[in-house]
Design a protein around this ligand. Sequence first.
Ligand code: ZN
Length: 219
Amino acid sequence: MAGLSNERIQEFKNILEKKKGKEISWEEAAEGARSLVGLFEVLHRCWVDEQIRKKKLEEHPNGFQLDGIGYTCFICGGSTPVGGNWYDKYGIKCKICQGAIVRKEIPASLAKNRKSWYSKYEIEDRFNIKGPTLRSWIKNGILKARTVTHDGKGVHAQLFLIKDNKDTLPPKKMTESQLVKETKEGKDWFHSEPWYRFVDPKEHLKGYKIMDYLQVVKK
Ligand SMILES: [Zn+2]
């Protein structure tokens, strides 16, 4: 990490004191300045990596494998193993999900357009249903799922495209949780609460067939 001069720390101390309206110790200012510099270094490194990737993509328009491990797959959310990723204009995918795109089990655009589909977890979480219920809905054709297979076999992930479930699933922005502020012992705390705590679910999702299968439970 680049060294921080005393002038820089003093500058940071002045800004902080002006903002907080009280005196800040040198240690506190130095610590704050260091973590700020650290944050910018991380952001800058990410930006540089991104530029390098974009440049390489011009030479390899179909994509390429990124070095290293532990990238988050934009489709299944899994962490990628050694040699187990693919990067292209839609983003980073694990090898399994990329295979599903090649086999046309799912469109590539899903990686980029996260708003166009619900994951299995999101369906369970946002509509407060359990796995067995969701399975029966799929079996009975209430919801249409796209399956990401392992090379044509089994189930790696199931996705629910809004366009496949038109009139049944609402746009995702209608089912987003919200942050709620709570003041405890003079301190502000935030936690998220599901959308159905803020509206009448039947009214809010009127016209979306999923409501015909949900029960509103008062809490
Ligand atoms: Zn994946």
